[in-house]
Design a protein around this ligand. Structure first.
Ligand SMILES: NC(=O)c1ccc[n+]([C@@H]2O[C@H](COP(=O)([O-])OP(=O)(O)OC[C@H]3O[C@@H](n4cnc5c(N)ncnc54)[C@H](OP(=O)(O)O)[C@@H]3O)[C@@H](O)[C@H]2O)c1
Length: 335
């Protein structure tokens, strides 16, 4: 048996309950992880509300990322991947992360750089995989290009700012307060726009001397799409990863032709294990050395004990946080 946080019914934060559950069993190609910390992501809030069900075959427990120690699993596959029992790993999972024990495909596990705590490591996988796949693979951000990040202090945003800067891009981030804009600059953004007091389209035109940006990472959509299309440079790429502002968009298709724009997007959770393992390999090669060297750092705003998952979700829905919120499992950390 193990402790886990389940969604007892769709609803507000208080539907999250700490319960006893049967421990999951690792199958072929999987690792069993003794979880020390579980990262919280906005999609968990949507799942709790009942509007983002887990993909077929995934655990009904929320949680898309964990960090801890390998306690068991497919011994041959673990050895082939260079992992041993007791190794510290962080992993991307399609569900089941809010639990003391979690099963993860071995290809989606990454070693924890020695400089990082379990709590820091748990904050990494979901945003690292999402940003890598969308900004670097889909939108092919190049060194020297300019990236506009909507929601610069979100969990996704703090990762996107740092990876883009480490890659040699120029970064403009938006956020909803002056304090959050200051946090974006402190993380390395070259410019930050308070989208509540300034029109981001006008600001982008001013900052880029009317040229526009090469890539936009968008988590708003809705009426943002038309404004984003209007501030993309020639051959610009807009990549949509969420629709917080609504799914319907009307925009100037003429600009798409004249400036040869690409509008794309993706959602990570339902993608195959092979797809996610390929991202893990790229992260291990490119980003993990940046983490080990301290060029890219986890940004953990606050941690909560697992019994107070409701408090963690309330904080996320208050939008006060800058960076990531993490749940801790004391038993996992003591080992
Ligand atoms: N497609 C994928 O595979 C994928 C994977 C993971 C997450 N996501 C999505 O990515 C988003 C961020 O996730 P997260 O876990 O990092 O959540 P989070 O930390 O809660 O961030 C949500 C962010 O949205 C920003 N925002 C809301 N309205 C905005 C607007 N009009 N203009 C600019 N920013 C706005 C908020 O900024 P302010 O507080 O400054 O207003 C906040 O920083 C979520 O919508 C999530 O569903 C997608």
């Amino acid at each position: 048996m193990m402790k886990a946080v389940e969604i007892s019914a769709p609803g507000g934060p208080d539907v999250l309950r700490l319960v006893e559950r049967a421990a999951p069993v690792a199958g072929a190609g999987e690792a069993l992880i003794r979880v020390a910390a579980s990262g919280i992501n906005r999609p968990d809030v949507l799942q709790r509300k009942g509007v983002y069900p887990p993909p077929p075959g995934a655990s009904d427990l929320p949680g898309l990322e964990v960090a801890g120690r390998i306690e068991g699993g497919d011994a041959d596959a673990l050895a082939a991947a260079g992992f041993a029992l007791g190794d510290r790993v962080c992993a991307l999972v399609a569900g089941g992360g809010y639990a003391e024990l979690c099963v993860a495909p071995i290809g989606q596990c990454l070693p924890v750089p020695g400089v990082l705590s379990d709590i820091e490591a748990a904050s990494l996988p979901e945003t690292m995989f999402t940003v890598w796949s969308n900004v670097f693979e889909r939108a092919r951000l190049q060194p020297g290009e300019t990236l506009l990040i909507q929601g610069g202090t979100s969990g996704i945003g703090v990762t996107a700012i740092q990876l883009a800067k480490a890659h040699g891009a120029i970064v403009i981030a938006t956020a909803g307060s002056d304090d959050k804009c200051a946090a974006c600059i402190a993380l390395g953004a070259d410019h930050a726009i308070n989208y509540r007091s300034h029109d981001f389209v006008e600001e982008v035109r001013r900052i880029t001397a009317k040229r526009g940006v090469d890539v936009i990472l968008d988590m708003v959509a809705g009426d943002y799409v038309a404004r984003e299309v209007s501030c993309l440079a020639e051959d610009g790429r807009l990549v949509i990863i969420a629709v917080q502002g609504g799914v319907a968009a009307t925009f100037d298709a003429g600009l798409v032709l004249r400036r040869r724009l690409v509008i794309t997007g993706s959602t990570l959770r339902p993608r195959s294990v092979a797809f996610k393992a390929a991202i893990a390999e790229s992260l291990r090669r490119t980003v993990w050395p940046w983490l080990a060297a301290g060029r890219v750092k986890p940004v953990v705003y606050r941690e909560f004990e697992a019994g107070d998952a409701a408090g963690a979700h309330r904080l996320m829905e208050s939008n006060q946080h800058i960076g990531k919120i993490v749940l801790t499992w004391p038993a996992g950390q003591a080992r």
